[in-house]
Every structure is written in C-alpha cells, then in structure tokens.
Design a protein around this ligand. Sequence first.
Ligand code: ZN
Length: 414
Amino acid sequence: MARSLRIGVFVAVGLLAVFSLISFITYLPAIEAARRAGFSDDVIELGLQKSFEARLIFWGSQFAQIALLCWLGLTADGRRLAEYWLKSCGSRMWLAALLIVLTIGIARELLLLPFNLLGYFHGRRWEMLAEQYTLLAWAYDYILSTFLDGLLLVPSIVIFFWLLKRFPKTWWAIAPAGGAVFAIAYATLAPLLLDPLMNRFVPLEETKWKDLKPQLMALVDKAEIPVKEILVMDASKRSSHTNAYFSGFGSTRRIVLYDTLLKQLSPKEVEAVLAHEIGHWENDHIVYGILLGVLGMFVACWTLDGILITSLRQEPWLAEAKFDPRLVGWIILLLILGQWIVRPIENQISRIFESQADLRSLELIEDPQLAIDCEKRMAISNKSNVAPSPWNTWMFSTHPSSVQRIERATSWKP
Ligand SMILES: [Zn+2]
C-alpha cells in the first residue's frame, strides 16, 4: 500500500482513539454553568451518567466497525472477498461491487447488533422507553429500518460504480449533482412514503389536543407561512422522548409534533416549540441543508478521487481502475473515517440553524421566561446531559446546549 495512505489511516484512527478518551472527561465549568442556569445537582448528575453510558456503547460500536473495515479495506482478505464475488459475476463489475457492499453491510450489522441491543437496554434502564415497546417491537423497527436503508443503498451503489466506470475523470463532479436530485426527491417523498412506515401521523384537529389548533394556527398566521397541516406523531409508542420537527420539501412541507410533547408540555410551551419549528421553515433550513450537503459532497468526491488514483496498482488491492470492486472495502473505510471530518462541520451548521430558530421563536412568542421553562422541562424529561464538555458539543451536538439556549433567552431583548 502507498506509504502515505497507510500513515494517513493510522493517524486518523489514532486521533479518533485519543478523542474518544477525552470525550469521557467531565468539564467542571460546564457543571457550574448548569447550576447557574438553575439545574439541580440531581438533574446534572443523572444527565452526565446517562450520557457516559451511551458514549461507552457508541464508541464500542464505532471502533468495532472501524476494525472490521480496516480488515476488509486494508488487507489481502478484503481483496480475496472481492475476487470471490468477481469470479461469480463474470464481467458485471457493478454486480460484484454491489454484492461486496452487501456482504460488508451484513457483516457490519451483525457486528453492531450487540451494541444496538445494549442501546435498547440502556433506554430501558433509564426509563426512556414506553412500557409496550418490547424487545420484539424494537426488533421489528430495527429490521424494517435496516431493510429500508438497504433499499436506498442498492441503487446508489449501482449508480456510483457506473459513474466511476463511465466517467472516470469527471465522476466526482457529476455525483454531487446526482446527490442533489436524490436529496430533493428524498426530502419530498420521505414524509409521504417512508415516515408513515415507522409512525402514525394524524392531523392535530383529529387528536384529543384539537382545542390547541386555533391558538397554534394563530401563531402560524402571525408568521405568515403557508403551513397547511400540523401533524401529531405517535412517538409515545416507543419512548417518552419529547420533540418536534419540520420536514418535507415544496408541497410536502409539514410541522410534526410528538404526542409526548403534547402530553408533557403546557399549551403555551407547545406554542414556543411550534414557533421554533416555524423559525426553521421561514429560514429555509432544509433547502440550505441540501445545498451545503451538495457542496460537501463535491469536496468529498474530489478528495476520494485523488485517494483512488494514488491507490491504483498498490498492495493490497491491486486494482487496475477506479471502478475495480477490489477497492470497495477501502472506499467504505474512507467514507467511515471521512464522517469524522464532516461531523463537526455539519453539527456546527446545525447549531447555527437551531440558534436562528430559537431566536425566531423568541421574536414570535416574546416571552423569554416561557422559552427558558420549556427548555428546562424538555431537558429534564429527556434526561439530557445539561453539562456537556465543549469538545463533545463541538463534535456531537446538533443543538446548542440547554445552558446556551437558556443564556441566550435570558439576554434576549424584544
Ligand atoms: Zn430545531
């Protein structure tokens, strides 16, 4: 293998190992800040403990999959697996590539199954899961979502390898354009086709919270956005986690409230949450998210192209062309390691979007104390870590920390 590539992988995995250790360190100033924001020591301790356990499971699964991919992506065994499928598929390179991805995918699922199971029992132990959400119900969800992921993966891989073969020099510029089309189609259709497979969505006026509708629509009218429907999702069948989100694209845009949120929050607090989702809608965050994603894909594909050129005719792959299926394991390893470069950038952008939505919520509701109460109640009910270290926030948090959100609401002036 080219020396520089091997050193690159060693450095990347080494850095990740160091970061995983640092991620367990408690940051005392964050605890002080959480106390100042009004969280009790019990709440702080509980959140820290729960996230500590979740992190153990998370890192276990990450390093297990990296080990698997280093084996199949960096050794002659990976090449032998590729050659086995190549022999079975004749000249149909794309089919061989697809079968290698599926083999690695299934091996990865089996390897990660114990960690996913631990995740389920972690949820049980912390009383986050609904009584009726049995292991069987969880297994059904798990199989269904894995199957759906696989269904989306198959055409992506076939198209990817076809592009590599047909346009070996320019594929990296074409793939992101295809990615954009896929992302728009996915954002548009997922609320109609995929989401209903996992949950039931009922218009607010057909639920027992129908009396809330006029007051929530008044807020929508105030913001002057074309929300036709507010949907309630039956999240309580799985857990007590409270949330709301904005999804869809064009005519399928909708605001979804978890039924857990409606059960636990006061009507005024639900308004504050809705106002936050309106903030996402008004700021076109889904559109900007897709645009930034496509930009990121350009950079990622261009980098991958450079690495693939360096990898040609090198041990252990001995690949003659970029579309050679012997490179599949290596490409997957690169994607998994590349995620760790993308993750902090993506999350930084997400936190900016969330802050914009928070700000809009404050402007619409004009009641910072309500925003503070609401944030506190959700953090406590979700047993969130309210004292995360800045480096964990930097790497993992899609939202500003509870303390940051409370501090911003406190200093907000109409
Ligand atoms: Zn948000």
